[in-house]
Design a protein around this ligand. Sequence first.
Ligand code: CTP
Length: 401
Amino acid sequence: MKNLANKKILFVICGGIAAYKSLELIRLFRKNKATIKTILTKSAKKFVTPLSIASLSQGKVYEDLFSTENELEMDHISLSRWADVIIVAPVTANTISKLATGNAEDLASTVILASNKQVYLAPAMNVRMWEHKSTKDNLKNLRSYGYKLIGPVTGDMACGEYGDGKMSDPIDIFNEIQNFLTARKKNKKIRALVTAGPTNEYIDPVRFISNKSSGKQGYEIAKSLHKRGFDTTLISGPTNLDIDQEIKLIKVETADEMFKATQQNLPTDIAVFSAAVSDFKINIKSKDKIKKEENLNIKLEKNIDILNYISNHNSMRPKLVIGFAAETKNLNSNAIKKLKNKNCDWIVANDVSKKNIGFDSDFNEVTIHYNDFKEKKETLSYKKKSEISEEIVDRIVTQMN
Ligand code: CTP
């Protein structure tokens, strides 16, 4: 078994007969030297006691936010920051519903909502509750927010029925999270760089030309890389987006600034070029605001192609170079041309002429083209940009490990 010393696990135990299985789960983590803190919901206390959890986990047990001295001792933000991973086992239909709607009415839901860490959910409930459309809809939302599900499995239930809804075996939950934590530890040594957003190329101090881009897909990729432990740098053109403070963010405005920042952050192991870099800049930028008296003729000159430059950089070429291709027609053939011409390992193509994906949308549908001799491609079907980025990063993790 792999050693989990220095790994901090925050358990959340909800009410349900499966709560007794969380004792075994805690025992497995303790056996592997993980540090554990636990939150018990009000109804969990009907099934397991704070004392049994404290003795087994040798860590603090927190109860409801407003009922004890816990509130003075810690705040929900620091508890969620403390953890490397949060495991909610068992998670009930009620807590699933709360998390899906962002309802933070007790300590458990408040901590989870405030978390920037990977949250695993191990559901346990009656088969009818599990199969109910509302539970399915809630889970769909939770997946799109980045929560990961483990189980449930099929079997006999405490209520006498048979079907889906049984909490997974503690050893299966343990194995999945242990794999996540050990992969994360390895990834910490791997550097990743992401470019995102548009660039602005100034005509005079108040006017510029730019590209249409919200930066959302690139920011989501940076978030997913960071969550998996990669040492992540995000170089961003002007956007309205926020990013986790633990991700190194370099804000730039022009293509030249983006290029300089990229060079300054080499070497890197992975480079994802999702920025919509303006292909042209103004030949001679006016120092003063141009008056509108006459027609304006501006001369444009080509910007440096950052991706092309970096992917052909002899000594500093990242091990994995991923480009994006925003196309309005001939999606596949144009993407393959870019893949070859720009010497990328992969190119992620999306059709920006479709209104329901790309640019400002929270959704996307992309095709990844791989630059191997089989010219393999894979389509990631229509879903949230956060889910697309998780799927891209799944493939990056496989490639890098
Ligand atoms: N790119 C870059 N630097 C540039 C232009 C593009 O790094 N000056 C990168 C983008 O971040 C993207 C890829 O190149 O990963 C393709 O960008 P795209 O705008 O789709 O294509 P262009 O190369 O600009 O070609 P065209 O505009 O003719 O389609």
